[in-house]
Design a protein around this ligand. Structure first.
Ligand code: GLC
Length: 415
């Protein structure tokens, strides 16, 4: 059997990712400002040291996935060559590839040995029509963060269902009597994260948006999913203004000790361990609860590196992408910024385990997490789900009306 390194190098060569760098090339790398963007500079510095003649400039995108997508849509639809390497949310490679905005990195079959090092969902999301169109940057899934100290204080176990979570939160809130403490923070704002918020209880109850390529929306299931979240608001467990709470609001609230539970992505962890975090040393991580009688699910997140089709430095950009998605860069991101690794071997790496003691259980969560629909029309799917979910939980539309509209509008796209 070939060693993984030899197999990887052979595959990388086969798809042309190992082309030599030319002197004095500046590569502009677009990254998300969510999480710990500083880590990208550190990795870029390392790359510059190893590759004389290459300079990397970093351009910080907006804090939310859809703000970044809007910006990239503008840049790429005007064929602007100023960006070379782009970080893309897992939901985007299909659309960007269909639009011709990102360069194929090679033939997926030739890259197969290399892709075996990654969690399968990422290899799948980055393969479009037999071509590899992006490489994994980091894995992600929605996780349940909880206040270990408060659960211990009241002798309560980590809740396994939404009903148990509500009961647990109620007991702790009553016991603490702190007006600044909320039971649960989650994303209700009409942003990409709200798509996942909606889908969690919907999927947990066994419903899908499509089945075997056919549209299979369940209206009653959608009403029930809205009500899981809405009841947390109505019962005073989540904030009244939940329809304005975005991803990083949840991170800030939980970090400041203002929430017992939070539904949030992997990047929360390193923030919660920071010197200035009120919750440092008091946080546990678990899978999100299921609906009563339902299955345990999470929403698959993650980010991918792609090369802009308009970059004037195609070979250099591809080589940089190989480095960014490689073992060294993804390990640094895991250890220093708790970005979940896309490479399976890192889940048993002692340094990564030391930085994230819950990492082995996170692998099971990521591997069983459900992807949002993979379609070039994902933007429309997202817009429908997030705005109607936001309206239903914010009270500007009844759950029944929101579900009926979701059904009618999604049907036109996913049919
Ligand atoms: C996280 C996930 C990404 C998701 C986004 C929503 O960054 O990794 O996939 O779309 O959050 O806010």
């Amino acid at each position: 059997m070939k060693s993984p390194i030899i197999a990887w190098t052979a595959a990388a060569l086969a798809i042309g990712l190992q082309a030599p760098a030319h002197a004095d090339t500046t590569l502009r790398m677009f990254v998300s400002s969510q999480g710990s963007p500083g880590i990208h500079r550190k990795i870029a510095d390392l790359y510059e040291q190893r590759n004389p003649g290459i300079k990397i400039e970093i351009e910080l995108g907006g804090a939310t996935s859809e703000l970044q997508a809007q910006y990239l849509n503008t840049v790429l639809s005007s064929r602007d060559p100023s960006l070379d390497v782009l970080i893309l949310d897992i939901i985007r490679p299909a659309q960007f590839s269909a639009a011709g905005w990102i360069s194929p990195l090679g033939d997926a079959a030739a890259a197969a040995p290399m892709l075996e090092d990654y969690i399968k969902a990422y290899a799948d999301a980055n393969t479009v029509d037999g071509k590899l169109v992006a490489m994994p940057a980091h894995a992600d899934a929605l996780l349940l963060y909880y206040r270990k100290d408060l659960l211990d204080k009241y002798g309560l176990p980590v809740p396994k269902t939404w009903t148990e979570l509500a009961e647990t939160a109620r007991k702790i809130l009553a016991g603490e009597g702190d007006p600044n403490l909320q039971g649960m923070s989650f994303q209700g704002k009409a942003i990409e994260g709200a798509v996942c918020t909606f889908l969690l209880p919907y999927w947990s109850a066994g419903h899908d948006l499509t089945k075997n390529g056919e549209f299979s929306f369940d209206k009653d299931g959608a009403v029930a999913a809205f009500n899981v979240w809405k009841s947390l608001v109505d019962e005073g467990i989540a904030k009244k203004n939940i329809s304005e709470v975005g991803t990083d609001d949840t991170r800030r609230e939980f970090q400041a000790g203002k929430a017992v539970f939070a539904s949030l992505w992997g990047y929360g962890w390193s923030n919660f361990q920071g010197e200035d975090a009120a919750v440092r040393g008091k946080v546990g991580v678990a899978t999100l609860p299921a609906v009563d009688g339902g299955k345990v699910v999470s929403c698959l997140g993650g980010w991918e590196w792609a090369v802009s089709a308009y970059s004037r430095h195609q070979e250099e950009a591809k080589k940089l992408v190989t480095f960014l998605s490689g073992a060294e860069a993804t390990k640094i991101k895991a250890i220093e910024a708790s970005y979940l690794p896309p490479r399976t071997a890192l889940y048993t790496d002692p340094d990564v385990q030391n930085a994230m003691p819950w990492i082995e259980s996170a692998r099971a969560v990521v591997e069983s997490a459900i992807p949002r629909p993979v379609t070039p029309r994902y933007n429309e799917v997202s817009e429908i789900i997030r705005t109607l979910f936001n309206a239903a939980i914010g009270g500007s539309m009844s759950p029944e009306d929101a579900a009926a509209q979701m059904d009618a509008r999604l049907r036109r796209i996913l049919r």
